[in-house]
Design a protein around this ligand. Structure first.
Ligand SMILES: C[S@@+](CC[C@H](N)C(=O)[O-])C[C@H]1O[C@@H](n2cnc3c(N)ncnc32)[C@H](O)[C@@H]1O
Length: 274
């Protein structure tokens, strides 16, 4: 174990991981105890705590707890993402699902609900722009982490963000050495905001949308949380709207609100059009 990690006893792990799941949705199993201690300890020490039990009491009861939990979330989340990730699904969305939806409604609202540093909504912005559809689509993006949102709003990418670029991305990016800068019209097209998916009222505050992308975040939640988040998504999706989740994720075991459809080799969850 990292020497900078504070000791985390089994009872304190139980209450601390329980609080994190209750507020942020993120699940840590007892096998993750050392990892959790390593992730939390720098933040606890920085706040002047040398015991994780004392830090737990602060997070649970102090007046500044909500703000501190937001800071702690920065240390707990995994922000891995890249331009062109799971592209088949995005291609089917813009080429197969969106045209009839736009023909029927004239415009659409699409929400990237755990957007990390922005590669996902910006990939979509580029694909929509290439097809002349961008003016008809309102692109919204959110994440729990203020840090990743600040990176997204800067629109500059390098390293692993660029590791699997689709050929079309040459139209979306300008290069300055190893750094790629997003074209200004694509940067302007995405509206970012901070939002915790574990808060039902925050999801409701998005208003009605036609498509939700919530890819590669449900893997960090347990079934009860996924079910609640999926139900909240269903309540803000317009009839016939689509929910996109990651290729390694599934909602099939929850039945009810969505039916699973395959388009262009990718899976989509559709709300009943009725
Ligand atoms: C692995 S990234 C996925 C990014 C992108 N959707 C993709 O597929 O490439 C997961 C993101 O979920 C965010 N996240 C984790 N828990 C969250 C929560 N409770 N509410 C909102 N965002 C959350 C993290 O901050 C992180 O940026």
């Amino acid at each position: 174990m990292n020497p900078r990690a504070l000791p985390l006893s089994s009872p304190v792990f139980t209450i601390l991981s329980g609080l994190i799941e209750e507020r942020l949705g993120l699940f840590f199993s007892p096998q993750d105890s050392d990892i959790l201690a390593e992730k939390i300890s720098p933040r606890a020490l920085e706040r002047g705590f040398d015991s994780l039990l004392d830090y737990y009491y602060y997070l649970r009861y102090d007046a500044g707890a909500a703000e501190e939990l937001e800071q702690l979330a920065e240390a707990l989340v995994v922000n891995e993402t890249y331009i062109g990730r799971e592209l088949d699904q995005l291609t089917a969305l813009v080429d197969v699902l969106l045209p009839p939806l736009l023909a029927e409604r004239g415009q659409a609202r699409i929400w990237s609900a755990a957007c990390s540093t922005g590669e996902e909504p910006f990939t979509l912005a580029g694909m929509l722009n290439d097809r002349g559809l961008l003016p008809k689509v309102e692109l919204l993006a959110s994440d729990i982490s203020q840090r990743v949102l600040a990176v997204a709003k800067a629109g500059k990418f390098s390293g692993r963000s660029l590791r699997s670029l689709p050929p079309a991305s040459s139209r979306w990016l300008d290069y300055d050495g190893a750094t790629a800068r997003l074209k200004p019209e694509l940067l302007r097209a995405v509206k970012f905001r901070q939002l915790n998916l574990n808060e039902r009222e925050s999801i409701q505050s998005m208003g009605k949308v036609d498509v939700i992308l919530c890819r590669n975040v449900l893997i960090y939640f347990r079934d009860a949380t996924i079910k609640t988040v999926a139900e909240s998504f269903a309540s803000v999706l317009n009839p016939g709207g689509y929910l996109l989740i990651g290729a390694s994720e599934s909602l099939l075991r929850f039945g009810a609100s969505f039916r699973c459809e395959e388009h262009g080799g990718a899976f989509f969850y559709r709300k009943d059009p009725a």
